[in-house]
Write a protein of this length. Structure first.
Length: 235
């Protein structure tokens, strides 16, 4: 089983970089007060770092807005995961506990101002690919939605052998492969597009692996995917 970036992604987004953490035999049960404290600290730091620059002009937001426009998604209707997280925080909402892995990747997302997501490897089927959606993608259930919907042709998706597992790059995850307390094997992915630097993705990936090891244990390996290294072994 591999995580792959297909050629079509680099045709549209030549500077795409993914930071990947591959996790095996982790313990994702329970809730950690320490992780909750890290979340509160990350929320405060993220908001204070915005200064007086409007949110849509912030580099970490505008980069993804431009990427979304390139594949035909309206950013105001379908915000990137990092924009959604920051907007909720600006409204005074605290990031709620889901499970330790999701809490940790939200810490990393807020600390480094990058989109982060993850999938349960025991629920995925075959290779996972970051691709441009085709005309006949199957309808899927997204988190929190009661009706299945198919990806639009041309949008960026993650997919496995059974269909899409995340729509509009990092907008919303599928319910099928979501991380839960029972998750033992997982892949977490941090994403960057120009002008976001590869170095920032690499730094965030190291930080992510450290926190997962500290609070979930298990065996952790990392990889950086880009135009010169387009795949990573997951199992």
């Amino acid at each position: 089983m591999q995580l792959k970036i297909e050629d079509g992604i680099f045709d549209l987004f030549p500077g795409t970089v993914l930071g990947v953490a591959i996790l095996h035999n982790i313990d994702n049960h329970g809730e950690s007060e320490e992780i909750t404290n890290l979340l509160r600290e990350a929320e405060t730091k993220a908001i204070s770092g915005l200064g007086n620059i409007p949110l849509v002009e912030q580099l970490f937001i505008s980069a993804w807005r431009e990427a979304y426009r390139k594949f035909g998604a309206k950013p105001s209707d379908y915000p990137s995961s990092i924009e959604n997280l920051i907007r909720r925080t600006l409204k005074g909402e605290t990031v709620r506990h889901i499970n330790k892995l999701v809490d940790i990747y939200n810490v990393i997302s807020l600390r480094h101002l990058l989109p982060v997501g993850g999938e349960d490897l025991e629920k995925t089927e075959g290779d996972i690919s970051l691709v441009i959606a085709g005309e006949d993608e199957p309808a899927i259930y997204l988190l929190g939605e009661k009706e299945p919907r198919a990806p639009h042709a041309g949008e960026v998706i993650y997919k496995d052998g059974a269909g899409a597992i995340c729509r509009r790059w990092n907008w919303k995850e599928a319910d099928r492969t979501k991380l839960t307390e029972k998750t033992k094997n997982a892949v977490l992915v941090i994403e960057g597009v120009p002008p976001i630097s590869p170095e920032s993705v690499m730094k965030a990936t190291g930080d992510l692996a450290k926190l997962v090891g500290q609070y979930c244990g298990g065996d952790i390996t990392t990889a950086i995917l880009d135009t010169t290294n387009r795949s990573a072994k997951l199992l």
